[in-house]
Design a protein around this ligand. Structure first.
Ligand SMILES: [Mg+2]
Length: 260
C-alpha cells in the first residue's frame, strides 16, 4: 500500500529530525518570510516588469532591460532612506519619472501597477509546506522573523494560510534594518535562549550573519539568489548553505547521529 509506505517513511524521518533537535537542544526554528518561505520576488518581478513596459513606451530609446537596471539602482539607493517601507517604491518610481520628464499620469499609472505588489498573495517557495509540516510534527516551536510592512505581513500570512504553523510572528520595523538586535529581540519574545534556536533565511547579512551575531549557532542560508539589499557578504564557516528548503530536513537527517 503506497499510502502506508509513505507514512512509515515520514515517521522515520520525523524520528531523525527529533533526534537532531534533541542532540542540539533546539526548541525553536525561526524563518525569514520573503524569499525564504514566500516567493515574494516573483510578485515584485511581475509588477515591476509591467510598470517598466509602461515606462519604456514613454521613454524613446530605452529598452526593458535598461529600464529595469535603472529602477534597481534607484531602488537600492532608496532602501537606505526608506528601508522596506512601501513608500520606497513610490519614491523610486517618482525619481525614475522625473529623470525622464514623464507626465504625472504615467507616473501614477506606474505607481499603481507596482503598488499592486502589496495586494497580491505571493506563492510558496519550493518545499515551504513540507518543511513546516515536518518540523511541526517533530514538536519544535516555529516562528517567523520578517522585515516588512506590518499590514502587508498580516495580508501575506492571512492569504497564504501559514498562520497556524507559527507560534509567533515577529515583524522588524519597516523603517529600520534587520540586524542582530532584531534577532535578539525576536528570540527573547519566544522566551528561549539563542543557543536553543535554529534559523533559516535567504539574506546572508540580514538573516544569517545577524542571527549568528545574536548568538544563534545553527544557521541555514537559503542561497536562492533573491533580492538582497545588503549586498554580497562572505559566508561564515559554520553556516549550512542550502539550495531548497527541503535540504534543511535532509541535512538534519544526515547529521542526526552526529554531535555538531
Ligand atoms: Mg528574505
Amino acid at each position: 500500500m503506497p499510502r502506508t509506505h509513505e507514512l512509515v517513511e515520514v515517521s522515520g524521518l520525523i524520528e531523525e529530525v527529533k533526534l537532531w533537535l534533541e542532540k542540539r537542544e533546539i526548541n525553536l526554528f525561526l524563518f525569514d518570510l520573503d524569499g525564504t518561505l514566500l516567493d515574494t520576488q516573483k510578485v515584485f518581478d511581475k509588477k515591476i516588469k509591467q510598470a517598466m513596459l509602461l515606462f519604456v513606451a514613454h521613454s524613446p530609446g530605452w529598452d526593458i532591460d535598461q529600464a529595469r537596471k535603472r529602477f534597481n539602482e534607484i531602488d537600492f539607493e532608496e532602501f537606505r532612506i526608506f528601508g522596506v517601507n512601501p513608500q520606497r517604491l513610490r519614491s523610486t518610481v517618482s525619481r525614475l519619472s522625473s529623470e525622464h520628464y514623464l507626465s504625472c499620469q504615467v507616473k501614477e499609472e506606474m505607481t499603481k501597477l507596482i503598488m499592486e505588489v502589496y495586494k497580491t498573495s505571493p506563492p510558496f517557495m519550493e518545499g515551504t509546506l513540507a518543511i513546516l509540516g515536518v518540523l511541526r510534527q517533530a514538536g519544535v516551536q516555529l516562528g517567523a522573523v520578517t522585515h516588512a510592512n506590518k499590514d502587508w505581513t498580516d495580508f501575506k500570512i492571512d492569504t497564504s494560510g501559514l498562520k497556524h504553523f507559527f507560534n509567533k510572528i515577529f515583524v522588524v520595523d519597516e523603517n529600520g534594518v534587520k540586524d542582530w538586535h532584531s534577532w535578539k529581540e525576536a528570540i527573547s519574545q519566544f522566551g528561549v535562549e539563542p543557543e536553543n534556536v535554529a534559523v533559516v533565511g535567504d539574506s546572508l547579512k540580514g538573516d544569517i550573519i545577524s542571527a549568528g551575531e545574536a548568538g544563534v549557532k545553527h544557521l541555514f542560508w537559503l542561497d536562492s539568489q533573491s533580492w538582497d539589499p545588503y549586498g554580497k557578504n562572505k559566508v561564515p564557516q559554520n553556516v549550512r548553505v542550502i539550495k531548497r528548503l527541503t535540504d534543511v530536513i535532509s541535512t538534519m537527517v544526515e547529521e542526526a547521529d552526529l554531535i555538531i
